[in-house]
Design a protein around this ligand. Structure first.
Ligand SMILES: Cc1ncc(COP(=O)(O)O)c(C=O)c1O
Length: 411
């Protein structure tokens, strides 16, 4: 049994995994063309590259009316505002996500109501959504986390029953499909981030896919300083400059050209990973729902069983990193974020500040378990290094398992 790198042994992998984002002369040429054109920004909206990019994005995702926005946080704020969700309304969000999912409703003036996840998928639990609905609930933001998709059948059924807006947070889900339908085209809105770690990136940027032209027109006004974008409308609305620039759209268009091949490669390697990881003791794969027909891989998340290893995911990740594997423990549960301070709200208590939003009283056992002891996240780069890349991940995990006693005893 070879010694763990963390304890002084030789790492399983010595070379680094492929860097992200991938780039070549096509990106340089695309940006140079925009520079030569003199039309660099996002005004007047939409410019020619913005239009071409949005057309291609909607084609790949399988529908929707696209709006090009500065990032994948503002997209969600704009979606809520375009749907008239705002001051005093409640928006249900999962406890396991990046802070942006809860910050966006707050920016729109609404209250994020944080609910627990399904431990099998790590996505929002539809039962928890139902239990959290009040007369003030106006929207749900399911997050398609890592390589998973939330149960969109159950979520849309709840939304229809209670007349709620659904904004899919697809920051991790470019190219993903649920029963053949693209992530972000099932709810009323799909919010995508193009930030530099994302699988389609222009450094910064975002796309909001809207279900109708009318919603897209309203969202466009909000991101274009309030200018009217509905042909029948002359009045300005309340808006700001959240436009994505032509320079960014040119880069994003090249990224989309590469995306289908990259997605196929990741999917093939992830299938190989599923097989191999299921043989490692103490490792549990997240549920693969058969309705999730195309997976996309921003991150690959699995669970470890701390009772088998004798320690939690923090130690597993530390040991994997020492073996040369890009892995980490993932997000904190939302209830642990200090960002949200509902007690500072000027809204009247208790009508607009439900007691269940008090962080001291929030009970999110599944998210807590995932965040505090079980979840292990792998970066997408492990799927761009051929079978050897996946083998290295699996061998490193086996090595951690085999050396678990030594690791437990480390001073
Ligand atoms: C789940 C999730 N939602 C939203 C965002 C926000 O995207 P952006 O950084 O483009 O604002 C991110 C990531 O950055 C994310 O991971």
């Amino acid at each position: 049994m070879s010694e763990l790198a963390l304890l002084g042994g030789k790492p399983v992998r010595q070379e680094s995994f492929p860097a992200w984002p991938v780039h070549d002369e096509r990106d340089v040429e695309a940006v140079s063309e925009v520079i030569r054109s003199g039309n660099w920004g996002g005004y007047p909206y939409p410019g020619p590259r913005t239009q071409a990019f949005l057309k291609k994005f909607a084609e790949i995702q399988g529908g929707g009316y696209g709006v090009a926005v500065v990032n994948g946080t503002v997209t969600m704020e704009v979606a809520l505002r375009a749907a008239n969700v705002g001051w005093g309304d409640e928006v249900i969000v999962p406890a396991y996500t990046f802070q942006a999912t809860a910050a966006a409703p707050m920016a729109a003036g609404a209250i994020p109501v944080i609910v627990d996840i399904d431990p099998e998928t790590y996505c929002i639990d539809p039962k928890a959504i139902e239990a959290a609905i009040t007369p003030r609930t106006k929207a749900i933001i399911p997050v398609h986390l890592g390589a998973q998709m939330a149960d969109m059948d159950a979520i849309m059924a709840i939304a229809e029953k209670h007349n709620l807006i659904v904004v899919e947070d697809c920051a991790h889900a470019h190219g993903a499909k649920w029963r053949g339908r693209g992530a972000g085209t099932i709810g009323h809105f799909g919010s995508f981030s193009l930030q530099s770690s994302k699988t389609v990136t222009s450094g910064e940027g975002g796309v909001l896919l809207c279900r109708t032209q009318e919603l897209a027109n309203r969202a466009t006004s909000i991101i274009d300083c309030g200018r009217p974008h509905d042909p029948a409308e002359q009045e300005f609305t309340m808006g700001a400059n959240y436009r994505m620039s032509e320079l960014h759209c040119a880069l994003a268009t090249v990224a989309l050209e590469r995306f289908p091949d990259q997605a196929k490669e990741r999917e093939a390697m992830a299938a190989y990973m599923d097989e191999a990881l299921s043989e490692v003791p103490g490792v549990r794969l997240l549920k693969r729902d058969p309705r999730h027909t195309t997976r996309s891989f921003y991150c690959y998340i699995f669970k470890i069983d701390p009772t088998v290893f004798g320690f939690g995911h923090d130690v597993v990740c530390e040991a994997l990193q020492a073996e040369g594997i890009p892995s980490w423990e993932g997000y904190e549960a939302m209830s642990h974020y200090e960002l949200f301070q509902p007690k500072l709200s000027k809204l009247p208590v208790p009508t607009a500040f439900p007691e269940r939003f008090d962080f001291e009283k929030l009970e999110l056992p599944e998210a807590e378990t995932a965040c505090q002891s079980e979840a292990v996240w792998l970066g997408e780069s492990v799927f761009r290094a051929g079978q050897k890349g996946v083998d290295d991940v699996v061998n490193a995990l086996k090595k951690v398992y085999e050396n678990r006693e030594a690791l437990k005893q480390r001073s």
